[in-house]
Design a protein around this ligand. Sequence first.
Ligand code: PMP
Length: 359
Amino acid sequence: MSETSPRLRAVLEGIPTYKPGKPAAAGGPVAYKLSSNENPYPPLPGVMEQVAAAASSFNRYPDMACTALMEELAERFAVPVSHLATGTGSVGVAQQLLQSTSGPGDEVIYAWRSFEAYPIITQISGATSVKVPLTPGEVHDLDAMAAAITERTRLIFVCNPNNPTGTVVRRAELERFLDRVPGDVLVVLDEAYREFIRDPEVPDGVDIYRDRPNVCVLRTFSKAYGLAGLRVGFAIAHEPVAAALRKTAVPFGVSQIAQDAAIASLRAEDELIGRVGSLVGERNRVMEGLRAQGWTVPETQANFVWLRLGERTVAFAEACEQAGVVIRPFPGEGVRVTIGESEANDIFLKVAEEFRKES
Ligand code: PMP
């Protein structure tokens, strides 16, 4: 065998690896997974029927253009079909955004800490990440982000609500920020958790994008719609950006099963949004419960809560796991805990209470 190995791109060295939320341990007395911001409800029977029907023809390629899904989305959001693009989850669309805008020498700005895929997909593209720390209150520092824009900036992510803190950017500050961004820089409003927002001051990105050709809204079927395992996300943006996203999509990347399940989910929206309402109720119960225990919890508008624990992060995550709930630690920083079944949320609250008393 030859001594040499294929030459790989240097930018891949030191790339952070995406750490998926740990699965719940098998065989334990109770095991709840609160580590990936998933929807705890099982798929709806009507959606399952569509999945079964689509599965009967998986010897065929899917509709590459996602025609029926795009038409359904266009109607749902009152946008032209030409302003839509789909991908394998919204993380797939985010990667298409990088491929469409950024390469070596370019800069991509985002808050930190935020969604952990941003540094990975930026580095893969060859562009440079410019990470702007969240404020001490764990929210986007939009003034600092605007100040970080240079001639090399090509893309800015605004994660609203922010993963993992759940905090939001409100309308007036977002508009003020967007007014400061040059028109040739694309601003991506990552709204993966949009449906969980109850703060009326948080704008719907789709309203913002209409008058702003450099704004792109990123949405997913993974969270509120409960299709995380099927991988379908989409973007809404003006024609040139949406067209670029369609060009950079992996051909046939969204399976027919995913497309048909997404359409069925849009049609079952009332029921799914009802489930979201229950999760929002649980979220508020958990947030208030933690605060009553004496924790400082940033106001969350997503389906998770953030506890800044610093050096105690790993010990806290271990205590949760021993009690039967798996959460997401960011060692040295804090934990992100997804809102799950109410029994799971109760277990988490109990661990938090005991941990608080002990430390
Ligand atoms: N954006 C944010 C902010 C997220 O938290 C996630 C999922 N963790 C995604 C995008 C990607 O979700 P998906 O690829 O499943 O659509």
